[in-house]
Design a protein around this ligand. Structure first.
Ligand code: CA2
Length: 147
């Protein structure tokens, strides 16, 4: 059974609590519940991690070595400037799918750049909570392909 870790970065613990206009009305716990059901039907073991602290996210990425076959990550605003998260993801050599609820390319200029995307298998953005489900499907297909 393939093991996938879903990481969410700063402020994503507030999903469903504030700014439903941009990020929808589902809480992170509800999205994780949906992902758990989807993972069951795909035969994937899934686990979750959220932190508002860059260093904790980096520690979790390190701990994924030998433990996870794929990482789905929404690094939040760290997407746009954290070379440390990019380096951690590169170092552990685990395939990465980057996720964003909003279409970062249609928002403010500073959100257009992702320092993570160049080291990811791919990026999914703009589908609200659906971005996470598309990412799990994409990760499943990537792991199946054996590439
Ligand atoms: O669209 C995304 O998923 C983002 O990663 C969300 C980040 C933002 O900085 C990125 O540019 C795009 C922000 C997450 C903030 O989440 C909140 C959720 C509810 C209320 C307030 C913030």
């Amino acid at each position: 059974m393939k093991r996938v870790l879903v990481i969410n970065g700063p402020n994503l613990n507030l999903l469903g609590v504030r700014e439903p206009g941009i990020y929808g009305s589902l809480s992170l716990a509800s999205i994780e519940d949906n992902l758990k059901k989807q993972a069951e039907s795909l035969g994937i073991h899934i686990s979750f991690f959220q932190s508002n602290h860059e260093g904790h996210i980096i520690d979790r990425i390190h701990d994924a070595m030998g433990e996870s076959d794929g990482i789905i990550i929404n690094p939040g605003a760290l997407t746009h400037y954290s070379y440390a998260i990019r380096d951690a993801l590169t170092t552990v050599k685990i395939p990465v799918v980057e996720v964003h609820m909003s279409n970062i390319h249609a928002r403010e200029e500073f959100r257009h750049k992702s320092v993570v995307a160049p080291i990811a298998v791919g990026q999914i953005a703009g589908f609200g909570d659906g971005s996470y489900y598309l990412a799990l499907d994409a990760m499943g297909r990537h792991l199946e392909s054996g590439k």
